[in-house]
Design a protein around this ligand. Structure first.
Ligand SMILES: Nc1ncnc2c1ncn2[C@@H]1O[C@H](COP(=O)(O)OP(=O)(O)OP(=O)(O)O)[C@@H](O)[C@H]1O
Length: 227
């Protein structure tokens, strides 16, 4: 049997709405991702994709249920250990790049590695290699504001992969780009993930892009169901 890289079991999450109301977004959500598997998460706006990704990426905690990454239950970890696990095991990509504006593309990819204790020379080599792989090697010394939206997002992919995570989570990773650029940048993401053997869960509204994944799942009334 293939190794399970991410296992979400019985996740529940309810938010308060206003003074008295509440909205249940996840209601017993289960999902398993095998090593190297790429899965698309498709659901209408407001169905809870971001909530599921944030919980899987240890950015938020569920009201009930567990998150296992690489066979380790992350649910009961202290804040400090969760932060370390998040930095080492999970790469997260948002719809908007969220690069640090005052740093160059290269520095944006180097910084998370330094935070993880990687020596500067090694971090630089890895950053250059990643940037070249996604086709922005020539732009390494530019700040994000001097790059196109597609280039910025490619740099964000490199930053997410900088610490060699085991799991990649992406929330509408090309949702901010025009359709032609979105296609190209999505191709780059797929190549990058396939080349590293990562497991990836990618939320997208785009059914054509979703069809390129190994599997599609949907969120339906707080549960994960086949797409
Ligand atoms: N911190 C919060 N407090 C209260 N309600 C929240 C909070 N975060 C999300 N919600 C609500 O939970 C529901 C699911 O939100 P979520 O962002 O997970 O959906 P989504 O599927 O990612 O939507 P989109 O595609 O528009 O980003 C929405 O109704 C949202 O208003």
């Amino acid at each position: 049997m293939s190794e399970v890289m991410l296992r979400l079991s019985g996740l529940k999450k309810t938010y308060k709405k206003g003074q008295t109301g509440e909205v249940t977004v996840l209601d017993g959500a289960d999902l398993e991702l095998a090593r190297g598997e790429m899965v698309a998460l498709v659901a209408p706006s407001g169905a809870g994709k971001s909530t599921l990704l944030h919980i899987a990426g240890l950015l938020d905690t569920p009201d009930a249920g567990t998150v296992e990454i690489g066979g380790v239950d992350m649910t009961g970890l202290s804040d400090r250990r969760r932060t370390v696990a998040r930095r080492q095991d999970v790469g997260f990509i948002y719809q908007f790049h969220h690069l640090l504006p005052e740093f160059t593309a290269c520095e944006n990819v180097v910084l998370p590695q330094l935070a993880d204790g990687v020596p500067r020379g090694e971090a630089l080599t890895r950053a250059c290699d990643l940037l070249a792989r996604v086709g922005v090697g020539e732009r390494a010394d530019h700040r994000p504001s001097a790059m196109s939206g597609g280039e910025q997002q490619r740099v964000a992919f490199c930053r997410a992969l900088a610490n060699e995570p085991r799991l990649l989570l992406a929330d509408e990773p090309t949702g901010n780009l025009d359709p032609a650029t979105s296609d190209q940048v999505f191709d780059t993401l797929v190549e990058l993930v396939r080349g590293t053997g990562l497991s990836a869960l990618i939320a997208t509204h785009n059914l054509e892009l979703a069809a390129r994944m190994d599997r599609v799942v949907r969120l339906d009334q707080g549960r994960v169901v086949p797409g």
